[in-house]
Ligand binder design. Structure first.
Ligand code: F0G
Length: 462
């Protein structure tokens, strides 16, 4: 392993096109926030200075990807770009069959409808909002089988995304393997703070699932970021390429859903990749109903080309080192300033621990939602709640889920912001931290039925 001291994570690219940003005054920000019901999803992007809402579809594409956009074959059927994408998925992810979808949740929808029957159970290493909703809409019940450490923001376990085999076994004993259409494994685990799953765990879980005849489906949205963590944290992988690690990870699973809007460096796109022919045939038939013909799945030819090229760029060692290096840079600065964040620092984002940040607020006063609103007020920095609002309600009891993690996510778009933007983001968090004891909570005044965090509205409590 390379023992030389870590040099800077400096970007392996230079900038050739810029997009001007607007800075509002404090008063304008206050007005914008009130108009948005204290929900950062409802702000206009124009009113945002540094946008760390999400890393989804917010990537900057390379000149090579933009050149590919010009080669879009916009035929309704059999676009050349579809075949390029199919080839790239087969080469880098290793699955035999491909169904393109407009984004990740399109793939989740198809897979859930095909494999999940009412009354079945879908275990997973923590929930993700859209993934769980599609499982539930298909009649399944999500069961969390992630290791306990994942629910503890301070725990330093390097692989907090691991599946707890005991939890999985307990479920199998309780409901029977035939009631489990598949185990859903995310790499990395978004809601746990961008935490990775280890190769050893994937291998062990695969062995167990094989013995019980349970399929494994990978949420491959940030699997290359996960591969990076395996490379730097897991014994035996320091000298293995990201591309090779990725292939090995996928080899322990039967299918993958993908939101190309993350790892794959595009602004739109996703896919479902499969090894089972009969499931593929059903998905290829169903995609025509919900997304578009099986050779475009709701995407333009140029989008598929950009994603195919993104697959190649995503596994570049230099790219990934800078990508995760930037997130670590911000995380380490916040730790130095004494700000409570989820540790270890995740792959795509730094997660502020709102429970510790605002200890005087009860969870029903939405501490993370409140903190996200305050960060925007402070400097026009946009972040995202990942706590009680995102967790939603229990479909049986109707009560809120009360997740242990009450977090605010500062999510880094790939190849978009500079180190100075990172510094301003850290300064913003520090400024809000200084005045935290004076911050009051929120109450929800409008609540949509599905994925409420996107559109819910709030008002300050007195
Ligand atoms: N799986 C994971 C782990 C995700 O993070 C997302 C999206 C999806 C599936 C769904 O993909 O948005 O393309 O339909 N996460 C975004 C985020 C929205 O901000 O974390 P999608």
């Amino acid at each position: 392993m390379d023992q030389s001291p870590r040099r800077s994570w400096a970007e392996p690219f230079k900038i050739k096109m810029v997009e001007p940003l607007k800075m509002l005054t404090q008063e304008e920000r206050k007005r914008a926030l009130t108009g948005a019901g204290y929900n950062t999803f409802l702000l206009r992007s124009e009113d945002v200075y540094i946008d760390l809402l999400t890393d989804s579809g917010t990537n900057a594409m390379s000149d090579w990807q933009w050149a590919g956009m010009m080669l879009g074959d916009e035929a309704y059927a059999g676009s050349r770009n579809y075949y390029n994408l199919e080839e790239a998925v087969a080469r880098y992810y290793g699955y035999k069959y491909l169904v393109p979808t407009h984004q990740g949740r399109g793939a989740e929808h198809l897979l859930s409808r095909i494999l999940i029957k009412p009354g079945t159970y879908v275990p997973g290493n923590m929930y993700f909002t859209t993934t769980r909703l599609h499982q539930e809409l298909a009649g399944g019940t999500f069961v969390d089988v992630i290791v306990d450490e994942a629910h503890d923001p301070a725990n330093l376990n390097p692989f907090k995304g691991n599946v707890d085999l005991n939890k999985l076994e307990t479920l199998v004993k309780k409901v029977g393997a035939d009631k489990i259409p598949y185990l859903s494994v995310a790499a990395t685990v978004n809601m746990a703070g961008g935490q990775p799953i280890s190769m050893a765990n994937l291998k062990e879980v695969r062995k167990y699932c094989r013995s019980k005849g349970i399929r494994m489906v990978l949420d491959a949205t940030r699997a290359v970021e996960n591969a990076y963590f395996i490379k730097v944290r897991e014994k035996g992988y320091a000298n293995v390429s990201l591309a090779k690690i990725l292939r090995e990870m996928c080899s322990y699973t039967d299918a993958a859903t993908m939101s190309g809007k993350k790892d794959l460096l595009v602004n739109i796109g996703g896919f479902l990749a499969l090894n089972e022919k009969d499931v593929f045939e059903e998905a290829r038939n169903m995609v025509v109903v919900y997304e578009g013909l099986h050779t475009y799945g709701g995407l333009a030819g140029r989008d598929m080309e950009a994603m195919a090229r993104g697959i190649v760029e995503a596994v570049s060692e230099d790219h990934m080192r800078a990508r995760i290096g930037q997130v670590e840079y911000v995380g380490e600065k916040l730790i130095k300033a004494g700000i409570p964040i989820v540790r270890p620092i995740g792959g795509h984002a730094v997660f502020l621990d709102a429970k510790v940040f605002l200890p005087h607020l009860k969870q029903v006063s939405f501490p993370a939602q409140t903190l996200a609103a305050e960060l925007y007020l402070e400097s026009g920095l946009r972040s995202m709640e990942r706590g009680i609002v995102s967790a939603g309600r229990n479909k049986e009891t109707g009560d809120h889920y009360y997740p242990k993690l009450e977090l605010v996510r500062l999510t880094f778009p790939r190849r978009v912001y500079t180190q100075a933007h990172c510094d301003v983001s850290v300064e913003t968090v520090e400024a809000v931290y200084q005045r935290r004891s004076k911050i009051k909570g929120l109450k929800m005044v409008y609540e949509p039925k599905y994925l409420r965090f996107f559109q819910a509205r709030f008002e300050p409590t007195r």
